[in-house]
Design a protein around this ligand. Structure first.
Ligand code: PAZ
Length: 328
């Protein structure tokens, strides 16, 4: 049975009306300045830059926010992929939900692999790492230090869908100078519905008046202006599509490509997303699409991460995209 307390309104914001009516996050200008410096440095070094978005956005229900709608995403896809992009030679802007998983530290998540469990105290004073954890930690730490020393990883955080939308537009406007060398890897799970500021209760919603009815507006489809306006059709844009009904994956991916005109939709099913994904992309024939499945076998190699293969495939496609403009 459908929940009785949420109404989905058919009112839609265009991207333009969204940005004209919803306020930017307070730290936006400072964040953008840092992104600008990062992008300029890597543009002049001739390095490709990828924007990885990761984790879920929230939808606050009150201005003084006590309650909000959230999204299941832990940020595993984004954090893992960011590490493989660094390995592939990219400079990475990692735009993630505050407190979701991050590259490198994700290996030591407090719930699955708490770091205190593999530290030992020697002679009552010295701290060392257990024998079993030593080699993997050394590998992660070396990659972490090297990325940070070389200034290859820039981190940005969002919480709400509003933070996300403002940041995405601002970062993409800075990345425009990269032309075809910019790659967008939009793995964040972004709310489809939100409560405009003008409709929010200022204070905590009070109980005691029966059931709660909330009418939510549709979040504008920002892939359209991202592709055609903010990046001028130059950047290589990869979006993700999550479904729980696997039969919808390919039709929905095709629909997104037809609507927004970007390069790849990676389809993934909630339950199998760690073992298989499908790349859907337009072919040279109008209205026709190619599908490439990427699969790993956890029973053969439990340490293998599907993001390694996703990133390898994308790095190749992105290079072909860059090369194709040099030929024409
Ligand atoms: O963060 P996570 O690893 O738990 O999940 C990743 C994911 C399923 C959110 C991502 O692969 C994805 O599909 N993002 C887009 C979701 C959407 O359709 O809005």
């Amino acid at each position: 049975m459908a929940p009785s307390f949420i109404l989905l309104s058919d009112s839609t914001f265009s991207a333009e009306s969204y940005y004209a009516t919803q306020p930017p996050p307070p730290n936006l200008e400072l964040e953008v300045r840092h992104v600008r410096e990062f992008v300029r440095k890597h543009a002049s070094a001739g390095r490709n830059v990828v924007l990885v978005t990761s984790g879920g956005t929230t939808v606050p229900l009150e201005l003084n926010v006590v309650r909000f709608l959230d999204n299941f995403s832990a940020g595993t896809r984004g954090a893992t992929s960011a590490e493989y992009f660094l390995k592939a030679g990219y400079a990475v802007i990692f735009m993630h939900r505050q407190f979701s998983l991050q590259p490198f530290s994700r290996h030591y998540s407090h719930s699955t692999h708490p770091f205190l469990d593999f530290l030992e105290i020697a002679d009552g004073a010295r701290i060392s790492v257990t024998e079993k954890e030593h080699a993997p930690l050394l590998e992660v730490l070396a990659a972490y230090k090297s990325a940070h020393t070389a200034g290859l990883l820039h981190t940005l955080t969002f919480v709400t869908v509003n933070d996300y939308l403002w940041l995405l537009r601002a970062v993409s406007q800075e990345l425009a100078v990269m032309g075809r060398r910019a790659l967008y890897y939009l793995a964040a799970a972004v709310s489809d519905f939100f409560l405009p500021r003008q409709k929010m209760s200022e204070h905590k919603i009070q109980s005691g008046k029966g059931s709660l009815h909330i009418e939510m507006d549709q979040v504008p489809k920002i892939l359209k202006p991202l592709v055609s306006e903010w990046t001028h059709g130059q950047a290589y844009i990869v979006s993700f599509k999550l479904e729980t009904d696997p039969s919808l994956l390919i039709p929905k991916a095709r629909q997104a490509l037809a609507r927004y005109g970007h390069q790849v939709v990676i389809g993934n099913d909630l339950h199998t997303r760690k073992h298989q994904v499908v790349f859907v992309s337009p072919t040279k024939l109008e209205g026709e699409y190619a599908e490439t499945w990427v699969r790993i076998e956890p029973s053969v190699d439990a340490t293998k991460e599907i993001e390694e293969d996703i990133v390898a495939e994308l790095a190749q496609r992105h290079q072909a995209w860059i090369d194709s403009s040099l030929r024409s």
